[in-house]
Every structure is written in structure tokens, then in C-alpha cells.
Ligand binder design. Sequence first.
Ligand code: ADP
Ligand code: MG
Length: 445
Amino acid sequence: MNVDKKLIAAIKKRVGNKIWSKWFSTFEVLSISENEIVFSVRNLFIKDWLEDKYGRAIRSAIKEVFGRNISFKVIYKEVSAVPTNMKRQESPISSYFIKPPKESNLNPDFTFSSFVVGSGNETAFKFAEKVAVEPGRFSPIFIYGGVGVGKTHLVQAIGNYIYSNKPEVNLVYLTSERFMNEMIKYLRESKMEKFREKYRNVDIFIVDDIQFLTGKNGVQFELFNTFNELMDKKKQIIFCSDRAPSDLQDFQDRLISRFKMGIVIEMRLPDVETRKRIARKIAEREGGHLDEELLDFLAENIDGSLRELRGAIIKLIAYQEIERRKVGIVEAINLVSHFLKKANTIDPGERLISVLSGMFDISPSMMRSRTRKANVVMARELGIFFARRYLKMTVRETAKLFGRSPSVVSTTTRKVEDKIKGNPLMKSYLNKILAHISPAVGKFS
Ligand code: ADP
Ligand code: MG
């Protein structure tokens, strides 16, 4: 056994098989030197997690294998570089049959079935499906949009679809950066002809993050030539970019006019409802169970890149696994605060009170008073239920917040639970509260 393997085995022994397969699946030894060992993982949040939670296990494994302490670090390695066959977790037999004939660079998680269609991505999805079924019919396609709108997922879904249906097709997915690096490699070895040949025999050519080639004339020239050859042969070309063709600066005009030649589609961030569905899909894909309310809360309050939404979901799933219990919204706000719309400074309980008073037009002191006025009772009961079930506050905390006894809190919670069943109005109130519990301070006031 080489030393990498010994080290891995020693760590595995310490954390146990279950934790290993859950959190260390992308963990690798990157380098070992006299005074430092570097590991890599393909997930930024798991990286923090491993350092925090398993630092001790890793340190002690190092000591066992090397007989002394050596410092270590875990670095994050981009996921896009993972070859398909490394991420698949099938048995050797099934992967023998399913595995694409060559390394495809595709992330097997990025499929059509794991892609939620909704506002912002409908048009792109429609074309993506058409391209997957009938490659070459709409070519070239140029998809653009900001960070984390789902471009890479969608174009890799095309790739995965074609791979599983027609494995014999010569499909290439790469980032423009990788295209450049390869070109440089061939150039150094004076094998440019070989490089050209390689890409001129491609049936489906997907180039991601084209904006990287800004100002890189030589590569643009090669890309232009490859493009022309493939178009002559009526092959399928797909480009992704973080901006529209005409906004690409320092790009040759003739290349830009090629980009514009076919179908140009913008992808945008989805609306809240779509984000909620995406949140569920991501949680499912990551194999974790977060409460519906929590997923909705995340979708409501992380309105930027879907990468952030995913990051938050992964972190919370990890946290739940390790802590072996459900996480509520209050805890989630602390754990993923850096992803949330705005720095969250107000205590969630206090915010709940202020949301309720806004919604039902009553003052916080009324809410806590003894009054039995119908709207006050309604607000209070919903609030107690929300604090318990959504915010996962304890009975005592809830009692204190609403100025009631613990036993009243318990009965009220059960009462509302019964009332909700078959009562869409109550449910819609709860959704409204949820939407307003936003950490964006002052949103409701
Ligand atoms: P981009 O390439 O536009 O920066 P990605 O394709 O990398 O964005 O998407 C970021 C993350 O969000 C990925 O994990 C991706 O799977 C997920 N994602 C984006 N859009 C969707 C969608 N419509 N359905 C499901 N997951 C999505
Ligand atoms: Mg991308």
C-alpha cells in the first residue's frame, strides 16, 4: 500500500464507514511534503466542515502513518473538472456497461431530470431539449446569464443525455480555459495539427465560460477556425457565457458575429416559486432531508446565485447529519447567515412579533396582552405555532416571547396543528409569515 492509501485508510478507520461515504467521498490526498500535507475536496462547505469536525481525526491519522505531526490543509477543487467515471458510484459491473466510452468531463448530477424548469430558464430549457434529441438542428446556440443561473447544469444535461443515448457520438464539453490550456500544451510540443484534428472531428462541441477568452487572441483564432469547420459539417455547437455576445469585450468581431449567428438565449435567476422547487430538487440530489419550511425559507431569503442556495442546503444537510437532529429556521439563520439577503441582526423571535403586528395590524404589546379580540387571538396562535414548528423555538422560549405559560404554548400548538388541516387560509397565513421573516431588516416595517 502506498502512503496515500495508508493515510486514507487511517482516516477512514477513525471516522467510520458511514461518515466516510457521506462526507469524504471527494476527499483526496493532493500532495505530501516534509512539512505539509494537502488534501482536496470538491465542495467548499464540506471543506470547512471537515476541517472543523474531523481535524482531530486527520491529525491523528497523520501521526500514525508518519510517526510525527505534520500540518495539513484541505483545499477546494472545482467540481467541473471531475470526470464522469470518478463521480459515479455504481458497482463495477454496472459501471462497466453504463460508463461512457471515454472520459466525458460531465458531472453526472447535471441531468434534465434534476433540472427544474421555471421562470428564467424556460426558453433555454426548451432549446436544450431540442438539441439533445436532435443535435445539429439548432446550431450554434449561445446561452448567457450571470453566475449561478444554471447554464453549466443545463448544457451538461444535454451532454449527459446524448452520452447515455448515443455513446458513440463524439461529444466534447470543456471550459474555454481548458480549451486554451490544451492548445498551449499541443503548441509547446509543436503538435498543433493534432490539436486541430482532435476538435475538428467532434460532433457536439460544448464550450463553457467563453468570457474567459477575453483578450486572448491566439485562442480566439483557433476557436474561430474550429467553429467554422464544425459549422461546415453541420455539427452542434453550444457556447455558454456570463454575458451577451455584444458585451464580450476584447473579442474578435468575426467571432462575436459567429456567436450571434444562431440562437442566443438569456438565462436569468428564477422567481421565488421556482427557487423553492429548485431547493427541493437540490436537497433530494444531495441525499438529505430538510424540512419543507426550511427549504422555503432558504429559497425566499437567498435570492442571488443558485450556487449559494445549494451551498446553504449542503451545509445544513451536513449539520443535521452530524448533529443527528433537525435544524430549524433560527439555527439556520446563524449557520448560513452569510448567504442570506442581508446581515441578520434582529432576533428571529422579535422579528416574528413584528411581522405579525404588521400583518394583523396590532401592536406587539397587544399581542402579548390578555385580550381575546379575534384578530389578536388569531395572530397570537399563528405566531406560537410558527415559533414552535417553523423557528423550532423551545416551549419555554415561545412562552416567554408571547407572555404565556408553557402549557398554553403546548395546547395552542396542537390546536393550530388540527386547525391547519384542510384550512388553506391558515396555511396561506403561515406562508405569508414565512415570506416576511426575511432577514432583510426593515422589509416589513
Ligand atoms: P452557472 O453555470 O450559470 O453559473 P450552474 O449550472 O453551475 O450555474 O448552477 C449552480 C447550481 O445550481 C448547480 O448546483 C445547479 O445544479 C443548480 N441549479 C441551477 N439551476 C437549476 C435548476 N433549474 N434546477 C436544479 N438545479 C439548478
Ligand atoms: Mg457555469
